[in-house]
Design a protein around this ligand. Structure first.
Ligand code: SAM
Length: 282
């Protein structure tokens, strides 16, 4: 059950981390993250990375970092495409699962625990060819400007940022109005968080979360691009998609053969996700 409460700026790191620490084991146990297939099939890739693959191109040999890597399924997928990956997340329970998956798969992937805004301090500035992130990532961060600063700081000159995430218009839609597409939540970044209370998660599971309160923020596409340009990045690609990898508007979506969720009716009304690519100026 999901409820939004009045927004009060608070201890977002503490609250969100406690929530993600509980989700991690439930996600590993859920068929939705396909951990058993990763272990059984050495070439198996996550649905997220399969979607990204034509846009990613050849990443073999690149030094990559996956920000907000969660239980490491996308990180491992990128490593299986030949990149030397590092994963970073602030949830120790997620990283326990990520390390176990990599080890059982025979992959060497350092997984580092840190707040994403500290990534360049912890991992080193100008170190990576590829910063990869997304699918439920930037909504947990209060400032897109600080995120852009972090991504730019991590990249070598000429290095590439790749993000596919939930579209900010989708994030503004009222999920409780099945009869109409109504904008209820902010499209633009606001200083105060959206405060949610929810004992569920987005995978098929019976687990009920005890740390139910989370803080989230939306960020407009223009705000993302402006922040990246201000931090010495050049925009190289922006696509809006009619699908997203989870059932964002329950009851109004159907799953396609690739595991992506689309609107049942008139899917051209609403962008559900976006892919943004940018390179760091030399
Ligand atoms: C939905 S997952 C995104 C990863 C990937 N798409 C997936 O589904 O496995 C969101 C991740 O962001 C992490 N996270 C949230 N806020 C963070 C922060 N401030 N710093 C680092 N990680 C954060 C959470 O711990 C969680 O693992």
């Amino acid at each position: 059950m999901s409820e939004m409460r009045a927004g009060v700026a608070g201890e977002y790191l503490h609250l969100n981390r406690a929530n993600w620490d509980e989700r991690a084991p439930a996600h590993v146990a859920s068929a939705d993250y396909s951990v058993a297939r990763f272990l059984a099939e050495p070439d198996f890739l996550s649905g997220v990375v399969r979607f990204d693959r034509p846009r990613l191109g050849d990443i073999a040999g690149l030094d990559g970092v996956h920000l907000q890597c969660h239980i490491g399924t996308d990180t491992l997928s990128l490593a299986r495409l030949g990149a030397q990956m590092t994963g970073l997340d602030f949830s120790p329970a997620s990283l326990v699962q990520a390390r176990a998956l990599a080890e059982a798969s025979g992959a060497t992937i350092p997984f580092v625990e840190a707040d994403v805004y500290r990534a360049a301090d912890v991992l080193g500035a100008e170190r990576f060819d590829l910063v990869y992130t997304g699918i439920g990532a930037i909504m947990w961060l209060p400032s897109i400007e600080r995120w852009a600063h972090t991504a730019a700081a991590l990249l070598k000159p000429g290095g590439r940022l790749f993000i596919r995430d939930a579209h900010p218009v989708l994030m503004a839609v009222d999920e409780k109005r099945p009869d109409a597409l109504t904008l209820r939540y902010p499209y633009f970044e606001r200083p105060e968080p959206l405060v949610w209370e929810d004992d569920g998660t987005y995978v098929d599971t019976d687990v009920r979360i005890q740390s139910t309160v989370t803080h989230e923020w939306n960020h407009g596409l223009g705000e993302m691009i402006t922040a990246l340009l201000a931090h010495g990045m050049t925009l190289t690609g922006l696509e809006e998609h009619v699908s997203v990898p989870w059932e964002a508007l329950p009851g109004r979506m159907e799953r396609d053969d690739d595991g992506e969720w689309r609107m049942l009716e008139d899917p051209w009304r609403l962008p559900l996700s976006f892919t943004l690519q940018a390179t760091k100026n030399a």
